[in-house]
Design a binder for this molecule. Structure first.
Ligand code: FAD
Ligand code: NAD
Length: 453
């Protein structure tokens, strides 16, 4: 078997899989190298199992709302049902055999191992060297970053990997970090009955989002019994063989489990980036066509343009076109959507108000409350949320938006299009919104908007 192919893809998470799939479909020979499991973090330990957990957790919460709307529901939560679903449907059989078989059936060549760049299109893996005639694509993603909290490294802490595959529900859980991973896991476990505390070093949860998003999620977690502690410095973490001790300002709290959700680090250290003139510290700087160096493209989390599956697959599409020699619009990031799948969901796109001001824009902000909207009022229990629109007053277009609420991530679709296509605020103000939908809150927000004098 020849050791030369058209394209070598290092890392087969969502980014690498998408590039490889497109190139295979176009008739190119593709070698995929994967050190762990095909599907990467998203399919195996990230988006997919965490959203299975949240789907089940939100059903429980919805059942809890029967009492205030429809009668009486006695619900017994069983974590085992979630754990069984994840075991059966995520890494079925305990490995990625079926994904690899699918890749090979499409004509892909698969090699299990850690790829290392040697320069000149060559990549070493498992004692062999392969060569790419056209392109090497780097898509090695990220792993959980472990913060330098004294004592933590020596304890049996979980990351998202163990948390999303937990067979048994912990009685108590400390969540270290209040970003998207932390709040999603906190709510999922709490709704099944785990006593959860979130420790966040910064002043608020979901620090990259609008402050009102942090408030809405903190309140929701509070209603689920989660203790949220923001602005804390953890002095020390210990483990006595059965429980964790978390020390803050001289006081220790005890938990059965502790999950680290404190951000991600690039998986670039052992990739041999120096051989192609790139910095292994990351992120990998890419141009609009995802080119990183001569003959080298990079996509996904490693590019530092938003650690989201949809960013990885979007970039993969751009890279594949460019590798195939097709004309492609350069990757644009002004309308990257993001959704935190708590209940209420927090969807956001583009710039927050603060980011827009920092960028020097003249900003107008329009707001609406979901409970005060027609649909929010009808919905009643579980209706918390809001819409915030950030408008560039000079161009009179939306540059950012947040929609939090029962369907916040779905309402975001409309707002993503508006930011992406730079739809004038006046157009959004005068279009017809179906009554009574959640997305009519966008119209509510724009009701009093006027162009800046
Ligand atoms: C708990 C959690 C929930 C998430 N939920 C969402 C969500 O709801 N929506 C969303 O959009 N995003 C979500 N994300 C983020 C999403 O998982 C990532 O953005 C996405 O997986 C990035 O894809 P990627 O292809 O860049 O990298 P990865 O998915 O990290 O895949 C990289 C692959 O490369 C392999 N690899 C690494 N180094 C080498 C090497 N040297 N040689 C060979 N192979 C190598 C790895 O084994 C891995 O399989 C979530 C993340 C987490 C942790
Ligand atoms: N629904 C989604 O799309 C989704 C879900 C989960 C993750 N993700 C992606 O994964 C990325 C990583 O998520 P994340 O939540 O791990 O990272 P994050 O960077 O979003 O949040 C980490 C948080 O941990 C805090 N932190 C760091 N060190 C700490 C310490 N010592 N003590 C207490 N708090 C500490 C930080 O202040 C920060 O608020 C996200 O940015 C997102 O791109 C997406």
């Amino acid at each position: 078997m020849s050791d030369e192919v058209d394209v070598i893809v290092v890392g087969l998470g969502p980014g690498g899989e998408e590039v490889a799939g497109r190139l295979l479909a176009a008739g190119r020979t593709v070698l995929g190298i994967e050190s762990g499991s095909m599907g990467g973090e998203c399919a195996n330990w990230g988006c997919v199992p965490s959203k299975m957990m949240l789907r089940a957790a939100h059903v429980l919460a919805e059942a809890g709302r029967v009492d205030s709307l429809a009668g009486r529901a006695d619900v017994q939560a069983q974590w085992r049902r979630v754990a069984d679903r994840i075991r059966a449907e995520v890494l079925p059989g305990g490995d990625d055999h079926s994904s690899v078989a699918g890749f090979e059936a499409r004509g892909g060549r698969f090699v299990r191992g850690t790829g290392r760049l040697l320069g000149d299109g060559r990549v070493a893996v498992g004692g062999r060297t392969f060569r790419a005639r056209r392109a090497v694509v780097l898509a090695t993603g990220t792993r959980a970053a472990v913060p330098p909290v004294p004592g933590l490294a020596g304890t049996p802490f979980w990351t998202n990997r163990e948390a999303t595959h937990a067979r048994d529900l912990p009685a108590s859980l400390a969540v270290l970090g209040g970003g998207a991973v932390g709040v999603e896991l906190a709510q999922a476990f709490a709704r099944f009955g785990t006593e959860v505390t979130v420790y966040e070093a910064g002043p608020r949860l979901l620090a990259r989002e609008e402050p009102e998003a942090s408030d809405v999620v903190a309140e929701a977690l509070g209603r689920d019994g989660v203790r949220v502690r923001c602005g804390v410095t953890i002095d020390r973490v210990g483990h006595d063989g059965s429980h964790f001790q978390v020390e803050v300002a001289g006081a220790a709290a005890t938990y059965q489990r502790l999950v680290v959700a404190a951000g991600r680090e690039y998986r670039l250290r052992d990739l041999g980036l120096e051989a192609v003139g790139l910095d292994p510290a990351g992120p990998i700087a890419v141009d609009g066509r995802m080119r990183a160096a001569d003959g080298v493209w990079a996509v996904g989390d490693v590019t530092g343009r938003g650690a989201y599956t949809h960013v990885a697959t979007y970039q993969a599409g751009v890279a594949a076109c460019d590798i195939l020699g097709e004309l492609v619009a350069p990757a644009a990031y002004h309308a990257v959507p993001r959704v935190t799948f708590t209940d209420p969901e927090v969807g956001a796109v583009g710039l927050t108000e603060a980011a827009a001001r920092e960028a020097g824009l003249a900003v107008q902000v329009c707001r609406a409350s979901v409970p005060e909207s027609a649909r929010g009022w009808l919905h009643h229990a579980g209706n918390s949320g809001f819409v915030t629109l950030v408008i560039d007053a000079d161009r009179e277009v939306l540059v950012g938006a947040t929609s939090a609420g029962p369907a916040g991530g779905e309402v975001l679709g409309l707002l993503t299009l508006a930011v992406h296509a730079r739809v004038p605020a006046s157009q959004l103000q005068h279009m017809v919104y179906a009554y009574p939908t959640f997305h009519r809150a966008v119209q509510d927000a724009l009701r009093d908007w006027r162009p800046a004098p």
